[in-house]
Design a protein around this ligand. Sequence first.
Ligand SMILES: *[C@@H]1O[C@H](CO)[C@@H](O)[C@H](O)[C@H]1NC(C)=O
Ligand SMILES: *[C@@H]1O[C@H](CO)[C@@H](O)[C@H](O)[C@H]1NC(C)=O
Length: 373
Amino acid sequence: MKSVVRFDNLKIGSRISRFRWMIRGIDLKSFVVMFVLIPTIVAGIYLHGQKVSYFLRPIWQSPPKPFIHLPHYYHSNVSMASLCNLHGWKLRDYPRRVYDAVLFSNEIDMLTIRWKELYPYITQFVLLESNSTFTSIPKSFNFAINRNNFDFVESRLTYGTIGGRFNKGENPFVEEAYQRVALDHLLRIAGIDDDDLLIMSDVDEIPSGHTIDVLRWCDGQPPIVHLNLKNYLYSFEFNLDHKSWRASVHQYRKGSTRYVHYRQSDYLLADSGWHCSFCFRKISDFVFKMKAYSHTDRVRFSHYLDTKRIQAVICSGADLYDMLPEEYTFRELIGKMGPIPHSYSAVHLPSYLLENADKYKYLFPGNCIREDG
Ligand SMILES: *[C@@H]1O[C@H](CO)[C@@H](O)[C@H](O)[C@H]1NC(C)=O
Ligand SMILES: *[C@@H]1O[C@H](CO)[C@@H](O)[C@H](O)[C@H]1NC(C)=O
């Protein structure tokens, strides 16, 4: 009997000690969970939630419908008749008229390079500016202030201004749409007509002159063609990819053509120019753009606007908002993580840029330091 009792006691004792050990274990675990893990996760989501969701994009978002790629042909020594033929198009007896219309904010240098590149092919340059950014921050009419630098287009310029509506707390896309509708009106004032070509693009999406030339001289291309541009960030030193597609060229139709900046056709003409984002001369321009940009949710921390940080980010080819690339497959997303590799090529850039290299030094490889940086 005794031995049995002792045996039971022993069993109970070992159970109790195991139980105690378990409780202690749970305490330690819940302590870790409550005071270490949860705060870390909360802080992580606060600091990097955007990154987590961007990293998982390939799971939650499928890629947009692929474009139908149109091969693009060009050499300065090939005749226009041959170029039309190569594209499967027909040479016209006379070129179409071409309108280049932009909403202007403060991109003076990009505008100069753009207009010099396109000048020989454009019938009418149309520019609209507002005294409000898309995010309802008051701004000056920067083109008006600098208009004397644009004498070379004066005879072909239709210029308009529009007052901002300054509705606080409104989605920036509403003000943007409002300004684009005003640009439609300005285009009609400029005299655009059916079958004229209309370039819809942001100032920093610069089509190659020869691309516009072949589009105006040939018949047979789709009525709306998106332009595939090389994506650059900060300068032509950082070639992010070749996938910019928002710029488009339209055969104008009264009543149906609307000036917008999203996907409007399935056709994408290859290698048609340059998209230079955040290609600014001064750090103060970066700060202004970061505040005025539609996606203001990206400026999550005030230190993002610190000038020293911005200068360092520009020189390293990193991301101003510390965000992950917007990609739809893990392969591309991971391939693009980290800073953009430096490029040392200044071949096939807008000719005006090369002819005025002194004036636009900051746009060339090896010149990342900005004036007030
Ligand atoms: C340009 O074309 C002409 C005539 O077709 C030809 O003689 C010349 O060699 C070409 N030049 C180049 C650089 O291809
Ligand atoms: C913006 O421009 C409009 C019209 O040009 C003017 O009436 C308005 O006072 C301006 N607002 C600001 C904040 O400059």
